[in-house]
Design a protein around this ligand. Structure first.
Ligand code: NAP
Length: 254
């Protein structure tokens, strides 16, 4: 699929990886629908995309965990753009913490259910809802489409990330399932599993966690958001790529 004039929906498009991918698609003349919760940052991202050459940019302030809001948003996108070609399911959050803490035989901490659930809601349910609505629009209109889900190197399991790792493994399982289910409609689905990339999300990490993370990366540096955008472009443009995960992580193994 060519990117120029394609309608590309990016969730979490206001900053970080989502914004970087949107800017990359914009510079190639795509039509963009940017979804995020922060309206001011969405406006800023949209202005940057217009400047870079996007054929059209619309913003939608929406929480991807809200089923009714997601349905209404995809209906609005369908109406404005006459369908859609690509969804990048990128919105995601981290709420790291240990499953339990135990000192001298006493349990001092348990991961609260809310900490688990909030990450499940955004990373897994949000991805499910947006994928469902996007594929419904694509199939209804009989147009080929592409869904890109953003997983993580943490899908293999990582200390302090019970919730996050579970969602990112789940995202890969959904990717393979959708590639199998939706291929008959000409819809491809693939995932990108980034390593540590320099975005506002990783800026939340404690200095000792940053040091530990970088020591595990053979290339000894953070990845850049543009390096993830490069992979998204590859998935869109390669019409035989489906059901697989691209790992962009500088060689890190958790
Ligand atoms: P980011 O800088 O925090 O950006 C994520 C964006 O998603 C934010 O604008 C955020 O808005 C938005 N968002 C969060 N919850 C949302 C919701 N319920 N509905 C709509 N939008 C929501 O994160 P990032 O680093 O770019 O990460 C993007 C994706 O890549 C995530 O899925 C992440 O798990 C994955 N990833 C990142 C890395 C990395 O090293 N950065 C590595 C592996 C995977 P608010 O700021 O308002 O919450």
């Amino acid at each position: 699929m060519q990117i120029k004039d394609s309608v590309i929906v990016v969730t979490g498009g206001a900053q970080g990886l989502g914004r970087s991918m949107a800017e990359d698609f914009a510079s190639q003349g795509a039509k963009l629908a940017l979804l995020d919760m922060n309206a001011d940052m969405l406006d800023d991202a949209a202005a940057a995309c217009q400047k870079l050459g996007a054929a059209d940019v619309q913003t939608y302030s929406v929480n991807v965990t809200d089923e009714a809001a997601v349905e209404a948003t995809f209906a609005a996108i369908d109406a404005h753009f006459d369908g859609l070609d690509v969804l990048v399911n990128n919105a995601g959050i981290l709420r790291d913490g240990m499953l339990i803490k135990c000192k001298d035989g006493e349990i001092t901490h348990k991961m609260p259910l809310q900490q688990w659930q909030s990450v499940i809601d955004v990373n897994l349910t949000g991805t499910f809802l947006c994928g469902r609505e996007a594929s419904a629009v694509m199939a209804k209109r009989g147009k080929k489409g592409v869904i890109i889900n953003i997983s993580s190197v943490a899908r293999a399991g990582n200390i302090g990330q019970t919730n996050y790792a579970a969602t990112k493994a789940g995202v890969v399982a959904m990717t393979v399932t959708w590639a199998r289910e939706l291929g008959r409609f000409g819809i491809r689905c693939a995932a990108i599993a980034p390593g540590f990339i320099e975005t506002p999300m990783t800026a939340q990490m404690k200095p000792e966690a940053v040091e530990r993370a970088l020591s595990m990366v053979p290339l000894r540096r953070w990845g850049q958001p543009t390096e993830i955008a490069h992979s998204a472009r590859y998935i869109i443009e390669n019409d035989f790529f489906s059901g697989r995960v691209i790992e962009i992580d500088g060689g890190v193994r958790l």
